[in-house]
Design a protein around this ligand. Structure first.
Ligand code: NAD
Length: 266
């Protein structure tokens, strides 16, 4: 119904939709449901699966961009300026590391693997934020996705945990830089969800099981959970929240110790 959504009249540019399991899909649907006009940028190899999804939400701006390239970032935002004018919301739902760096030991991470993970998973937020800023003259909301492995050692998350730590610090520094322009920058720290990116982490199934066992809510997190929180963080209701990492994790992060159920009771 027009006039009812918390994002009515807003335009969102979303990076990182690849298929219907993507966190960006849960986010896109929620932003659209709340009244935002949605626009997309994708990694070229993902076009086939993502384009019909984007079109199903009425998107007409659907443009490729490899975030490793400053030229491609420049080109996609130049086109966004021409076709969308201004934007209110930027979603960064992108991460990448080599498969070989998400198994085995962290100590074996190569220089190239380390730099690649940081380039695509952390620097890209800075690159996109800098390009988005001129399109947000009235302020805006920038949102990225992170994971608990940034703070605590999660087996096999390895170099991605270190890149997420950099991403979370990047959120804080960007929030400080952009605050006076009314641009808020936040992250959602999501519990594990089976997606394409997650399938690169060896033993990911174990994450899901151990997470649901230990989290206070005893359930896994869905892309709809992430989407609903994303819509809130990008809405006027979150107007005083910036530089924050908000957990959407069934409460997992508050627990200090894993104790088997039987011994906890006696
Ligand atoms: P996904 O594979 O659906 O999304 C990752 C996206 O990154 C893809 O759309 C891919 O095209 C894009 N990407 C990778 N390299 C790129 C490049 N060079 N240029 C442009 N785009 C590129 O998986 P996802 O799980 O939805 O991941 C989205 C975000 O959520 C990531 O930051 C991920 O770390 C984060 N996250 C995921 C989980 C989880 O368990 N799935 C938990 C917490 C946080």
């Amino acid at each position: 119904m027009p006039g009812m959504g918390m994002l009515d009249g807003k335009t969102a540019l979303i990076f990182g939709l690849s298929n219907d399991r993507s966190l960006a899909w849960g986010i896109s649907q929620a932003l659209h449901r709340e009244g935002a006009k949605v626009a997309f940028s994708y990694a070229a190899v993902m076009e086939k699966r993502m384009r019909p999804l984007a079109e199903s939400l009425g998107a007409t701006f659907i443009e490729p961009c490899d975030v490793a390239s400053d030229e491609e970032i420049g080109a996609v935002f130049a086109k966004a300026r021409r076709e969308l004018g201004t934007i209110d919301i930027l979603i960064h739902s992108i991460a990448f590391a080599r498969g070989e760096d998400l198994k085995g030991r962290f100590i074996d991470t190569s220089r190239d693997g380390f730099l690649l993970a940081h380039n695509i998973s952390a620097y890209s937020l800075l690159g996109l934020a800098r390009a988005a800023r001129p399109l947000m003259p009235q302020g805006g909301a920038i949102l990225t996705l992170t994971y608990y492995g940034a703070e605590k050692v999660v087996p096999k998350y390895n170099v991605m945990g270190v890149a997420k730590a950099s991403l979370e610090a990047t959120v804080r520094y960007l929030a400080a830089d952009l605050g006076h322009e009314g641009i808020r920058v936040n992250a959602i720290s999501a519990g594990p969800i089976r997606t394409l990116a997650a399938s690169g982490i060896s033993g990911f199934r174990g994450y899901l099981k151990s997470f649901a066992d230990q989290a206070p809510l005893h359930r896994n997190v869905t892309i709809d959970d992430v989407g609903a929180t994303a819509a809130f963080l990008c809405s006027p209701g979150a107007g005083a929240i910036t530089g924050e990492v908000l957990y959407v994790d069934s409460g997992y992060n508050i627990m200090g110790m894993e104790v088997p159920e039987e011994s906890a009771e006696s």
